[in-house]
Design a protein around this ligand. Structure first.
Ligand code: NZQ
Ligand code: ZN
Length: 384
């Protein structure tokens, strides 16, 4: 097992009716900016619950953070924070709203051009405190320190990370999932699944706890994921999917193990250029990246085949091929396409995305830095 330091300071309030606990979790003497997206929270009762819980607080709101939050929109919120003296940010939404709020929280106190936080990796020295009401289980952003923000003018979709933007608390009420359209349910299950794979499907370091936690998450997502689309889906199915998504990227399963993230880096570029949803890109890239890296990932793919998929591994090459196929079939089970051609895209994607990867220094991806630009090109060509 590799060395690690681990802490996850985000307090989770999980379950029905938990939005009410905002009243006691946000300090009374703060001025709160409630930030949300395109308005889904006004159609499912979440907005009302937030208003009621904040009854005793001084607060205002900023609406309109878009999927794949843009630097441009976030900066409008930063201006509002500065003009009105808000000193607590409450993100109410999915990964995009939460990531946008992390950037707003950092940019509001940043000395200099805030784009440098993303574009140049400029150090964040302080940030406003942030709380979250999660409405879409997918990214894990509600209890981690990562954020991904896009610059619409330049086709850049770039991450930054600092413990300073880790949410103080996150409210997870599985009932909020009732209004999620199929496309977002699919996105959520696939993103959580791929987050787990990026931290599991590398090479063995004898990290038994991490491996078995990861396998538990993969099994849960495979078992419960397809059920979230049922008309009479139960509270428990939603709860299990929601908690899996949070646990998949809160630092626990990734502590002390090698990590890949190649699928994500290629996927972010596809979103930046072609606008596909984040998880749509992952379902396209992961099976092809597994194929491309099947020798370096051999031992872990076989472990996955045996323990998660229950496959016979007596013939290892056959088992690996079947494991990749079954992974793709699982994505189809949760109504997620797995080919660029499903979105009307072809081989032309490869050149464009390779250029983007090069521009962003993503020239050696994966746990061994073995995915060169040429390998990324092959992965993309095979993804058609
Ligand atoms: O904007 P509204 O109207 O709220 O609608 C949203 C949005 O259109 C809708 N939605 C959310 N909750 C809903 C709902 N509709 C009905 N009922 C609800 N309860 O869903 C749409 C998509 O929302 P979005 O927040 O974009 O989705 P997601 O949570 O998948 O977030 C994706 C973003 O997170 C980043 C991605 O790159 C992408 O930008 N990621 C963040 C990570 C992190 N911070 O750790 C890691 C991930 O790998 C990922 O990169
Ligand atoms: Zn992701």
């Amino acid at each position: 097992m590799l060395n690690f330091s681990f802490v996850n300071p985000t307090q989770i309030h999980f379950g029905q009716g938990q939005i009410a606990c905002l009243s006691s979790n946000i300090p009374q003497d703060t001025k709160v900016l409630v930030v949300y997206g395109g308005g889904s929270i006004k159609k499912n009762g979440v907005y009302e619950q937030v208003c009621e819980a904040l009854n005793g607080h001084s607060w205002g709101e900023f609406a309109g953070i878009e999927p794949n939050p843009s630097y441009q929109t976030c900066m409008q919120a930063v201006d509002m924070v500065k003009q009105n003296g808000y000193d607590f940010i409450l993100a109410v939404g999915g990964g995009s709203v939460i990531d946008g709020c992390k950037f707003i929280a950092a940019a509001a106190l940043f000395d200099g051009e805030p784009w440098d936080i993303l574009g140049k990796g400029a150090e964040v020295k302080s940030a406003l405190p942030l709380g979250v009401v999660l409405t879409l289980p997918a990214t894990g952003s509600e209890s981690n320190s990562f954020s991904v923000v896009s610059n619409k003018d330049t086709n850049d979709k770039l991450p930054f990370a600092t413990p300073l933007v880790q949410p103080k608390f996150a409210v997870l009420d599985p009932d909020v999932m009732k209004t999620l359209p199929e496309r977002q349910l699919a996105n959520g299950v696939v993103d959580a699944f791929v987050h787990t794979m990026e931290q599991y499907l590398t090479y063995p370091v004898n990290a038994k706890v991490q491996d078995r936690f990861a396998e538990g998450l993969l099994l849960t997502l495979m078992e419960e994921g397809p059920k979230v689309f049922d008309k009479d889906v139960s509270y428990d199915v939603r709860a299990n999917v929601m908690w899996s998504a949070t646990m998949a990227l809160n630092g626990l399963i990734g502590a002390g193990v090698p990590q890949d993230w190649g699928t994500h880096m290629i996927g972010h570029e596809i979103t930046a250029v072609y606008g596909l949803d984040h998880a749509q890109t992952l379902a396209i890239v992961l099976p092809r990246l597994m194929e491309e890296q099947k020798e370096t990932k051999r031992e872990k793919i076989l472990q996955y085949a045996q323990r998660v998929l229950g496959l016979d591994t007596t013939n290892p090459d056959e088992a690996i091929a079947l494991a990749i196929k079954k992974t793709e079939m699982f994505f189809h089970d949760v109504k997620m396409p797995t080919r660029l051609s499903d979105y009307g895209l072809g081989e032309e994607v490869a050149d464009k995305i390779v250029l983007q990867l090069e521009r962003h220094g993503m020239t050696a991806l994966g746990e061994h830095q073995a995915v060169t630009l040429e390998k990324s090109r092959q992965i993309l060509i095979r993804s058609v």
